[in-house]
Design a protein around this ligand. Structure first.
Ligand code: PGA
Length: 249
């Protein structure tokens, strides 16, 4: 059985004090759920978040990492640095990393390999841009993103992969894929994985939806059979909204 996950990607938001305040509020208001709850604060606040949530079921993930073991990569963070503070889940391939920082499928596949070598779990983000959907290329784009960055992995590695389908046109725009569009793409993703790895891998991989998930649309999106939860940006920055989204799962 695949797990359900609600993850908050805090991006470049929240100072240390604000992070502490949000974590305290989230811990107090957290609803009981069988879903995993994950938050991804910015790098400088990760250690504090781990300490703060030590006895909580809320988990902490990083928003990115480099593929190299260590060395002359000014400004970058390694897998061992994350593991060293108790973090073993990392978001890779977010569309902002791709579009603003030039991360390609090929570059991302190296990061995925490092994460696998270090026994980390990856929340791998991908999704088409608006003009690609308008040109009816969204299935082809998603398929190539998956193949280029992930399809060199062994079937066993997929236990450590969580997918996050995030149509770029829906991220931070207030525009959401309709529940039907999300389901259609998630089913396609599962079919593509099935063709390469078989039904067991395809049925067991958690596929999250991301892109303007809010308290008022979460329940409908999460009700779709191939949607296993969400990667939440803006709405994860307010405890009450994030809690409502967690309740929706
Ligand atoms: P959003 O961001 O919920 O603010 O659209 C989602 C994401 O970037 O993961």
């Amino acid at each position: 059985m695949r797990s359900k996950i609600v993850a908050g990607n805090w991006k470049m938001n929240k100072t240390l004090k604000e992070t502490e305040a949000l974590l305290t509020e989230l811990s107090a208001k957290r609803p009981d759920t069988e879903a995993e709850i994950i938050v991804a604060p910015t790098f400088v606040n990760l250690a504090t978040a781990v300490n703060n949530l030590e006895s909580s079921v809320i988990q902490v993930a990083a928003q990115n990492m480099h593929f190299a073991e260590n060395g002359a990569y000014t400004g970058e963070i390694s897998a061992d640095m994350l593991l060293g503070i108790g973090i073993d889940t990392v978001i890779l391939g977010h569309s902002e990393r791709r579009s603003l920082f030039g991360e390609t499928d090929d570059f991302l596949s190296k990061k995925v390999d490092t994460a696998m070598a270090k026994n980390m779990r990856v929340i791998f983000c991908f999704g088409e841009e608006l003009q690609e959907r308008q040109a009816d290329r969204h299935f082809a784009v998603v398929e190539s993103q998956l193949k280029n960055a992930l399809f060199h992995l062994d079937a066993s590695a997929w236990q450590k992969i969580v997918l996050a389908y995030e149509p770029v046109w829906a991220i931070g725009t207030g525009e959401t894929a309709s529940p039907e569009q999300a389901q259609e793409m998630h089913a396609f993703i599962r079919k593509t994985i099935d063709e390469k790895y078989g039904a067991s891998v395809a049925q067991n991989v958690t596929v999250l939806y991301g892109g303007s998930v809010k308290p008022n649309n979460a329940e409908e999106i999460f009700s779709k059979p191939d949607v296993d939860g969400g990667l939440i940006g803006g709405a994860s920055l307010k405890a009450d909204d994030f809690v409502e989204i967690i309740k929706a799962i």
